[in-house]
Design a protein around this ligand. Structure first.
Ligand code: AGP
Length: 608
């Protein structure tokens, strides 16, 4: 999604802004630009493509000035062209605006402004906002921005500067994250913390409906009706090294190899071995409130939705509470039956996915209790829900989600254990579950130690244009996730299916060119999977199978196998997903794809 960086201080703004935008590249973008106040004027430079195109356009001499803002754009309204790139200026060319989000009534405002003589260069809603601010400007930028934002509908994170107020930057948020960086005699705004870390760890998280004015003397936070708001200063614990690649070729590979640690961090402090349960104070739900829940809805998008499907198996199997899994983008617009005994769980790595946020707001408005399983601390979803738990997986920079996924599964396992032990799960069963969870980081380490075997498995996918992933039970969602990983970073079409469903259509695809991946641990449905493998082999298909050690029956049938350590059936997805992440990674690298920033994708989809 779009990246925002703004600066007011004593250092040259342009260089700081570019460095900040580079830290935000992982969010995915297709154009970039910056504006600097240079003593009486406004210098604006924009370029389509990557930041390198902008730097080329800027040339060796960067625009001078110590107040400025910059933006990386992920196109929503209008193609990724230079004209559509941000910043956009008002009709006088003296006010510059950058924006993340969607102004839903931009069309109507544009028409009204055109009727009053405004002309527009771009197709964007942001230029409309710039012109509206320009029209409302009467010598006070903060008042003009507040007045304009009171007229717009939709989501925004914006930053604004004016040539007529050379020591000031105004920023505001509604539905799109903005953070204030508090430096020593200098102040920043950014769409996320990674752009600030090299300058300051002291930050203020803006909430929806809040504005901030940065001046050379400091900052002040206000509401849109310009009432003063006091905000606490938080401290960012992540250091830059944590975000940097750490020696790996790609963020994605680093994050795959971080999973023994990230999973440990997710579990840390939550497992109560003696009682055979989990401690999750952040849920803000008492035992009685948890016991009164008679229905659970889990809502998410993408990989997080796959985690939700696995959560359904866990919770229904052990806690015996009915669970429905909903695509957030669907849930938010249908007319769901939700009441105060419904618990709605939102799963989100970024905590900023617009559809998931909206689904949770809708559920809350209908009286449901809402909890979030979120990775990014202080994110909008984390602050919207009634309670929840952070994944503590650390920053996930690669667009393809890996460690966040396994941490989501671990968090779901903790929640399941907490709830199940209030119901029918015995203390001995609980202790067994705790023990199995505690063994997982070491088992992931064991899998990662055989990465060379997985890299050679990837060879089987290089010259194919299709792949089929099949699993049963709790490993059916792993088939979906394995297919998503392959297609989103290597651009090979891949589908995940329940293995038995293959006979109802996909079996027509089977031929000697298409790899068929079976996730086949020795679980309750193992014998059924063996039959499905035989059906594929009978039609000349090529089978790659994930199996437990010593599974000679499948080893005899499959063209290639990779062994997975044994664990409880419900926890096998945390292990079976690892080799599938690595297969996708190596195939994408061998195909020369942009692994960390796959085409058309963004790390956090903060628009509909
Ligand atoms: C997964 O690899 C993708 N990056 C995408 O499907 C992602 O899981 C989805 O956009 C949800 O993001 P969230 O977890 O941040 O809400």
């Amino acid at each position: 999604m779009c990246g925002i960086v703004g600066y007011v201080g004593f250092r040259p703004a342009a260089d700081l802004i570019i460095r900040g935008l580079r830290r935000l590249e992982y969010r995915g973008y297709d154009s970039a630009g910056l504006a600097v106040l240079n003593g009486g004027g406004l210098s604006v430079t924009k370029a389509s493509g990557k930041l390198s195109s902008l730097e080329k356009k800027l040339g060796a001499t960067l625009p001078q000035g110590t107040v400025g803002l910059g933006h990386t754009r992920w196109a929503t309204h209008g193609a990724p062209t230079t004209t559509n790139a941000h910043p956009h200026t008002d009709q006088t060319g003296r006010i510059a605006v950058i924006h993340n989000g969607i102004i839903e009534n931009a069309g109507a405002i544009r028409t009204a402004l055109e009727q009053r003589g405004h002309t527009f260069e771009s197709e964007t809603d942001t230029e409309v906002l710039a012109h509206l601010i320009g029209e409302l400007y009467q010598g006070d930028l903060e008042l003009a921005v507040a007045a304009a934002l009171r007229e717009v509908d939709g989501a925004y994170g914006i930053a604004v500067i004016s040539a007529d107020e050379p020591d000031c930057l105004v920023a505001a948020r509604k539905g799109s994250p903005l953070i204030v960086g508090v430096g020593d005699g200098e102040w920043f705004v950014a769409s996320d913390a990674s752009a600030l870390l090299e300058h300051t760890r002291s930050v203020v998280y803006l909430d929806d409906g809040e504005m901030v004015v940065l001046t050379r003397d400091g900052y002040r936070v206000r509401s849109l009706d310009v009432m003063e708001i006091s905000k606490k200063i938080d401290r960012i614990e992540w250091d830059l090294a944590t975000i940097e690649r750490g020696g790996f070729e790609h963020f994605m590979l680093k994050e795959i190899f971080e999973q023994p640690t990230s999973l440990s961090n997710t579990l840390s402090g939550h497992l109560l071995e003696d009682e055979g349960t989990a401690r999750l104070e952040g849920l803000n739900l008492t035992n009685d409130e948890l016991k009164q829940i008679d229905r659970i809805i889990i809502t998410a998008c993408g990989t997080s939705w796959h985690a939700a499907l696995i959560g359904e198996y866990m919770i229904e199997e052990l806690a015996r509470v009915p669970v429905e899994v909903e695509y957030a983008s669907e849930f938010r617009y249908r007319n769901p039956v939700v009441d105060q005994r419904t618990l709605v769980i939102g799963i989100s790595q970024s905590g900023e996915t617009a559809d998931t946020l909206a689904a949770l707001v809708e559920a809350k408005n209908r009286g449901a209790r809402t909890i979030g399983l979120v990775n990014v601390v202080g994110s909008t979803i984390a602050r919207e829900v009634d309670g929840g738990t952070y994944l503590h997986a650390g920053p996930e920079v690669g667009v393809a989600s890996t460690k966040a996924f396994t941490s989501q599964l671990a968090a779901l396992a903790l929640f399941t254990l907490r709830l199940a032990r209030l119901k029918s799960l015995s203390i001995l069963q609980g202790r067994q579950f705790v023990e199995a969870l505690q063994a997982l980081p070491g088992q992931i380490e064991e899998i990662l130690g055989r990465v060379d075997e997985i890299e050679s498995l990837a060879e089987r996918f290089l010259d194919t244009s299709n792949a089929l992933y099949l699993g049963r039970g709790v490993n059916f969602p792993v088939a979906l996730e394995g297919a998503l990983k392959l297609k989103e970073i290597s651009y090979i079409h891949a589908e995940g299916y329940p293995a038995a469903e293959m006979k109802h259509g996909p079996i027509a695809l089977i031929d000697e060119n298409m790899p068929v991946v079976f996730i086949a641990p020795r679980d309750a449905v193992h014998s059924k999977i063996v039959s499905n493998i035989e059906e594929v082999k009978a039609r000349g298909g090529k089978v790659v199978a994930l199996v437990n050690d010593g599974d000679h029956e499948i080893e005899r049938l499959a063209d290639a196998t990779f062994t997975i350590p044994e664990t409880l059936d419900l926890l096998t997805p945390i292990l079976t997903t690892i080799p599938l992440q690595l297969v996708a990674y190596y195939v994408a690298v061998r195909r020369g794809c942009d692994v960390d920033q796959p085409r058309n994708l963004a790390k956090s989809v903060t628009v509909e």
